[in-house]
Design a binder for this molecule. Structure first.
Ligand SMILES: [Ca+2]
Ligand SMILES: [Ca+2]
Length: 211
């Protein structure tokens, strides 16, 4: 039978060796979008959560634009701020995106920097301790590809890979989400009719000139 003393010693040892507090985590994320059709050359950055110095428009409930079916708009950037201490280590990061209820697509975020962390699209810096930025810049994801006419949601969440397991910012169940709309291209039949009309007018003008 254990003596009360050894029981107390055991409890004390459990306290010392007990579950370690999390030593890694995520604390901010950003999404970059280029919403004009001429290629992924300029990025508007959005923040995905409340920001003490709120320098960027909110991704949540942003209207990314109105597009014609078959045109392009680009998911150009993703940036995840992580923290670590007490032996915690972040070894990689991912961003996931989809439109509406489509399949999640994975993007690899590369190590960006240690502190000071630049808030994307600004000259401002933030962070402390062993904070890091993991980021994708110059991404060329055309999120309009295959989108039907109507209202849609671009959804994004982030994951940090750590020596303690995965750490999320948003999730597949509760992603960050912004809206956009797609309008149908004109019907081929009506376009053909319109072209035929133009040709007829052109022929008529040519005949008049020949007289
Ligand atoms: Ca562009
Ligand atoms: Ca904001």
């Amino acid at each position: 039978m254990k003596s009360p003393t050894s029981l107390l010693a055991g409890l004390a040892l459990c306290g010392l060796l007990g579950p370690a507090s999390a030593a890694t985590g995520t604390w901010a994320s950003f999404v970059g979008v280029d919403a004009d059709a001429d290629g992924p050359d300029a990025t508007q950055w959005y923040d995905t959560s409340a920001w003490a110095t709120d320098l960027l428009p909110d991704f949540a409930n942003a209207n990314l634009g109105s597009f014609t079916q078959g045109s392009s708009a680009w998911l150009t950037g993703a940036d995840l701020f992580v923290w670590k201490n007490s032996g915690g280590d972040v070894t990689g990061a991912r961003a996931y995106w989809r439109v509406d209820s489509g399949a999640w697509q994975e993007l690899t975020l590369n190590w960006g920097s240690n502190v000071p962390l630049t808030i994307p699209g600004t000259a401002s810096t933030t962070g402390g301790g062993e904070d890091q930025s993991w980021r994708l810049v110059g991404g060329q994801v055309n999120f309009l590809a295959g989108a039907s006419a109507g209202q849609h949601r671009l959804q994004v969440y982030f994951k940090a890979l750590t020596n303690e397991g995965d750490r999320f910012n948003g999730s597949a169940d509760t992603p960050f989400s912004a809206g956009f709309s797609v309008s149908a291209v004109p019907e081929p039949a009506s376009t053909a009719l319109w072209l035929a009309g133009l040709v007829a007018v052109g022929l008529g003008a040519a005949r008049r000139r020949m007289r």
